[in-house]
Every structure is written in structure tokens, then in C-alpha cells.
Design a protein around this ligand. Structure first.
Ligand SMILES: Nc1ncnc2c1ncn2[C@@H]1O[C@H](COP(=O)(O)OP(=O)(O)OP(=O)(O)O)[C@@H](O)[C@H]1O
Length: 253
């Protein structure tokens, strides 16, 4: 379960040089509130710069909020970040950031160790994940020369090696072909079926509508509406989520 309570982030951005140097405050996330139940996928839908990544990074305790907080399975992200980290898996899209010189197995094991897992526990889990994700053939090859799809599988295994109860996906399909994107979609559905609380951020309307139980539209750092696709379409009398989105955020660009 994820409970977000008036979560805010202000970045201080230094602009100009010398005497003309000034600091500008960027209100990236403004007092947002929503919750995600176990076994539910919440879509965080917003255009570029809306505040999606900043929100997910705060929930994953990679970034300290300026104000507000969130509870992950009842544990406060500010008061007990270590405890929260063990319960969270986060998958980013784009360049997945594996260590090229390490094998797939070593990359995954490294994350297991970071999450305080015992070696024998890690070994068992890696064997299980390698079978499941069909990556036994290349488990002991260095990841540097892997295809994008192979890297994506290693990064999936890496983020769930500690079997987290909460999964955060930050535009995980960006840059992937249809087959690799399908793998991620299936993985998200599986997380839901396993009873995990899932947040999936994207700016692709069809993807969000297809995968998510509820949708939160985020615009300029604020969550402006949360509901099921049907509720949102009915509320705004629109045929598609894209129409709802354009209606709510289109004018403010
Ligand atoms: N480290 C930082 N320093 C200053 N400003 C930042 C920093 N990180 C993000 N921002 C700003 O915060 C705002 C929200 O950015 P964020 O990356 O959360 O958006 P996003 O919704 O994930 O966008 P995208 O879909 O393009 O990834 C943007 O204005 C961005 O420039």
C-alpha cells in the first residue's frame, strides 16, 4: 500500500554567471496526494516535466521531499528510508544503467547485496528469475554487448531480486520495440496479480488506459484528477483518456 500525503519538492536552480547569478525555485511537485492499494496499478499520466520522475524518486527514497511525506506499507519514507528501500523496486526506462563489465548474474547479485540479502538467498532467487525471464543462456555473460531487450530483462530481475511489495515503473517502455514493451506490460500485470501495489508513469495514453486500474493526471507538479478510466471519461464527457487529458491540461501549455 502506498499513501502519498501532501508530498512536495522544490528544486533550487542556479541561473546565470558571476554578478548576474540568481537562484530560481522550481516547484516540481506540489502537495500531491493519492493512494495505491495492494494489487492495484495506478497510472501517473503527465506530459514532459510534469513531475512524474520527481514523485517516483521521492517515493523510492532517492530524493528527499521538501515537505509532506508518504507511507509505504505504513512505513514513513522520511522517518525510515532504509526500511522503505527494502520494500520498493523501481524500474526506469531508457538506458538501464547496468555495469557493462559484470555478468548478468553479478549485476543482479550486486543489487541483492545492496538490499541486505544473504548470498544463498540471492543465488536461489537469481536461478528462479533467470528461468522465469528466460535468460539462463546469458546469465554468465558480461552485459556490455547485450541487446536492449536482454538488458531490460536483467534490469527487471535486478529490481525484483529482493521481492519488493511495491513496484514503481518510470516510463519503463520508452525506446523499446513492441516485443520488449510487451514483456514489461506482462510484468506489470503479473505484479498486480501477485498483490503488489504498482505505480506506472507514462505519457502514452493508450498504454496507461490498457494497464492501469486507476489514473492520476499530473500537471505542472499537481495531481489534478484521480479515477478509473471510465470515471474520468464520464466525468469530462470524453470518448478517450487522451481527450480527457487534452481537455484538462491542453490549454495550459
Ligand atoms: N535535479 C533537478 N534540479 C532542478 N530541477 C529539476 C531537477 N529534477 C527535475 N527538475 C525539474 O522538475 C520538473 C519536473 O521534472 P520531472 O523529471 O519530475 O518530470 P517528468 O514528469 O518525469 O518529465 P518527463 O516525462 O520529461 O520525464 C521539471 O521542471 C524539471 O526541469
Amino acid at each position: 500500500m502506498i499513501e502519498v500525503k501532501k508530498l512536495s519538492k522544490i528544486f533550487k536552480d542556479v541561473q546565470g554567471k558571476g554578478m548576474k547569478k540568481s537562484t530560481k525555485e522550481i516547484h516540481a511537485v506540489k502537495e500531491i496526494e493519492f493512494s495505491v492499494k495492494d494489487g492495484e496499478v495506478l497510472g501517473l499520466l503527465g506530459e514532459n516535466g510534469a513531475g512524474k520522475t520527481t514523485t517516483l524518486r521521492m517515493l523510492a527514497t532517492m530524493l528527499r521531499p521538501t515537505a509532506g511525506t508518504a507511507l509505504i506499507n505504513g512505513v514513513d519514507i522520511i522517518k525510515a528510508p532504509e526500511q522503505v528501500r527494502n520494500q520498493i523496486g523501481i524500474l526506469f526506462g531508457g538506458e538501464v544503467g547496468l555495469y557493462d563489465k559484470l555478468t548478468a548474474r553479478e549485476n543482479i547479485a550486486y543489487f541483492g547485496a545492496l538490499n541486505n540479502m544473504e548470498k544463498h538467498e540471492i543465488d536461489i532467487r537469481i536461478e528462479m528469475l533467470a528461468k522465469k525471464l528466460d535468460m539462463i543462456d546469458y546469465l554468465d555473460r558480461r552485459t556490455g554487448k547485450f541487446s536492449k531487450g536482454m538488458k531490460q530483462k536483467v534490469s527487471i530481475a535486478r529490481c525484483i531480486v529482493h521481492d519488493p511489495q511495491v513496484m514503481l515503473f518510470d516510463e519503463p517502455t520508452s525506446g523499446l520495440d513492441v516485443t520488449a514493451a510487451r514483456l514489461i506490460h506482462d510484468f506489470i500485470k503479473e505484479c498486480r496479480d501477485m498483490g503488489k501495489a504498482v505505480i506506472f508513469s507514462s505519457h502514452t495514453m493508450t498504454e496507461v488506459e490498457k494497464l492501469c486500474d486507476r489514473i492520476a493526471i499530473i500537471h505542472k507538479g499537481s495531481v489534478i484528477v484521480v479515477g478509473t478510466a471510465l470515471e474520468l471519461k464520464e466525468k469530462y464527457q470524453c470518448e478517450t483518456i487522451e481527450d480527457v487529458f487534452i481537455r484538462l491540461v491542453g490549454d495550459g501549455r
